[in-house]
Design a protein around this ligand. Structure first.
Ligand code: HEC
Ligand code: CU
Length: 323
């Protein structure tokens, strides 16, 4: 299953008219505040317009209309009312917002810490056990997870609509956010800070799994040494984010499909023809900008240092199977 398609099913259905389904302990609080502001705005909009219409009628000029010609200078009670009431509304909004802000800023001390590194254009996750995943964050359900985030290049922003979380990810400093996902499923991650050509392809997903599945996943990630190369390649395709941009069924995505790639003779943006052999594939992974496929933007991030030699060999063997 491709968990990082452009619009993940988590964003559709199930939610309300305004929001996708809320899937953390904090999300309902955020939504309530939103609804409160929304309905307060609608109520004051309607109230104000009723007064405007009433005054239009009441002060309409006509020779017989006495009120229309009377000049009103001051009205202390009225001025106090229209200062105090909006201030009170603002205070209530501030208070509720501040409580939410405190909540989201103060992770429980038993939270599992996961490091997030953002880079043009991908998300990398480092788990306490030493595992790394790219493009997909895997977490156990009903457990507090704290993300410690930084960027290797420009400002990005981690945005998970179902969790009502959006936090800037900034170079040279750490930002933090935490959540407690309360339903198993796949949830969309977006980058919410324009960060260059590949910004819209900087997608990811959060996979919330049961505690047992989380343990199982950790074990699977650690073992890999004994997998046949092509199976390892398929695993890398799904777990290191290649599936965000490359399809295996011929359909176009941000990058070229992998179907029929192996051994093919295809055109680069500078007009040269290249045969997709081992060296070309390896170069494409470690130095994607060296040769850019014609018709595509040079948005693929380098995977130098992120894939082992064996994993690169695995991709090569997997590509051979996708002829
Ligand atoms: C953000 C999107 C993105 C991600 C993630 C991504 N790629 Fe790419 N990839 C591209 C684009 C766009 C191109 C075509 C432009 C170019 O050649 O740089 C490309 C080209 C390639 C090519 C050459 C394809 C051809 O038709 O010649 C290979 C091989 C490749 N990528 C492998 C990978 C592997 C392996 C991964 C995962 C470890 C990966 N890519 C992840 C976007 C991506
Ligand atoms: Cu970004």
């Amino acid at each position: 299953m491709n968990t990082t398609s452009i619009i993940n099913e988590s964003l559709m259905g199930k939610g309300s008219f305004w929001f996708p389904a809320a899937r953390t302990s904090l999300a309902p609080h955020t939504d309530q505040l939103y609804y409160w502001i929304l309905w307060a705005s609608i109520a004051s909009f309607i109230g104000l317009f009723m007064v405007v219409v009433y005054f239009l009628w009441k002060y309409k000029y006509s020779p017989t209309n006495k009120v229309a010609s009377k000049q009103i200078i001051d009205n202390i009670p009225l001025e106090i009312a229209w200062t105090v009431i909006p201030s009170l509304i603002c205070l209530v909004i501030f208070y509720a917002g501040y409580i939410g802000f405190l909540h989201i800023s103060l992770p429980p001390s038993n939270a599992t810490e996961i490091h997030v590194v953002a880079r043009k254009w991908m998300w990398q996750f480092d788990y306490p056990s030493g595992i790394k995943s790219i493009g997909e964050l895997v977490v156990p359900v009903n457990e507090p997870i704290k993300l410690i985030m930084t960027s290797e290049d420009v400002v990005h922003s981690l945005y998970i609509p179902n969790f009502r979380i959006k936090r800037d990810v900034i170079p040279n400093r750490y930002s933090r956010v935490w959540f407690n996902a309360n339903a198993i499923g796949n949830y969309q991650i977006f980058c919410a800070e324009f960060c260059g050509d590949g910004h819209s392809a900087m997608l990811g997903s959060v996979r919330v799994v049961s505690k047992e599945d989380y343990q199982k996943w950790q074990k699977e990630q650690n073992s890999g040494a004994d997998l046949p190369l092509d199976v390892l390649g398929e695993k890398v395709y799904n777990s290191k984010g290649c599936n965000t941009c490359h399809s295996i069924d011929g359909s176009p995505k941000t990058g070229p499909t992998w179907k029929g790639l192996w051994g093919s003779n295809h055109k680069m943006s500078d007009g040269k023809m290249v045969v997709a052999d081992e060296n070309y594939i390896k170069e494409s992974i470690l130095d994607p900008k060296a040769k850019v496929v014609a018709g595509f933007q040079p948005v693929m991030p380098t995977f130098a240092g992120l894939l082992s030699e064996r994993e690169i060999n695995g991709i090569i063997e997997y590509l051979k199977k996708l002829k």
